[in-house]
Design a protein around this ligand. Structure first.
Ligand code: MN
Length: 251
């Protein structure tokens, strides 16, 4: 049953989050929520078949094609989550502040379900902050304890790229204009500072598995490009080792 995992993880008498109700519309909206839970991350959600397909992106989306953002697929969320901004009380799943960071519509560049199944979802976003072509690519990861739910969120080259994109500069809700600190309110701000300390302390671990997984995904892509008859030069470039930024996971 759809949204079962969403329902199982939550007590709707305790959390202000919306109930697990499947939507009817055939709209294609997307939402990105900035979520300061155990660790700060961004939740990237695409409306598909009455639910929001969801990925947790530790470093958030980027408009720089050089950034390959780790995106952990999580349980589908109800479409009413689209407008959820506020605080999930302590003791509940995902406790912390949630901001509606971006909203808009998305357009699959092919058959959405086929691409999702194949683990190579190409789409165009028309949001307030995020625009243009992106891809979500399922990777085979050797991360310790991996559930096989690791993807990469990548910006493709187009008119909307921003090199060196710094997501921290855009700490404002598209719904209410509030910052995370403002949404959290005074009481929440103290919590916010202490959770920042925790995540800074955990920063020393390098995710070498991710670098390896990205290199493999690139090699696979290069192989596909070659067999599709793409110029050999560009395929070889893709295989070349790239300097990759290490990313860390959400809690
Ligand atoms: Mn989250």
């Amino acid at each position: 049953m759809a949204l079962e995992e969403y329902k199982r993880k939550r007590d709707f008498k305790q959390t202000p989050e919306p109930p697990p109700k499947v939507g009817k519309g055939k709209q294609r909206r997307f939402v990105v929520q900035k979520h300061r839970a155990t660790r700060l991350h961004y939740d990237f959600r695409l409306e598909m078949n009455g639910v929001l397909k969801s990925w947790s992106v530790p470093k958030g989306p980027s408009l720089d094609p050089a950034d390959k953002r780790l995106a952990i697929q999580v349980e589908d969320h109800p479409v009413s989550y689209f407008e959820f901004e506020g605080t999930i009380p302590e003791g509940n799943y995902g406790a912390g502040t949630v901001m509606v960071w971006d909203v808009g519509t998305w357009e699959p560049q092919g058959e959405a379900h086929v691409m999702l199944q194949k683990g190579d979802l190409k789409f165009r976003l028309d949001g307030k902050k995020l625009k243009g072509d992106f891809a979500l690519v399922h990777i085979k990861s050797r991360r310790p304890g991996s559930k096989g739910n690791e993807w990469l969120l990548i910006k493709h080259r187009d008119a909307y790229i921003v090199e060196g994109y710094d997501i921290d500069k855009y700490d404002q809700s598209v719904l209410t204009g509030r910052t995370m600190a403002e949404i959290a309110g005074d009481a929440g701000s103290a919590e916010w500072l202490s959770s920042r300390k925790v995540s800074a302390a955990g920063r020393s671990t390098k995710n070498e598995w991710l670098t390896e997984s990205i290199a493999k995904a690139d090699a696979k892509k290069a192989g596909e490009a070659k067999s599709a008859g793409v110029r050999r030069g560009s395929a070889a470039n893709t295989v070349k080792k790239k300097s990759l930024r290490h990313e860390k996971l959400t809690a």
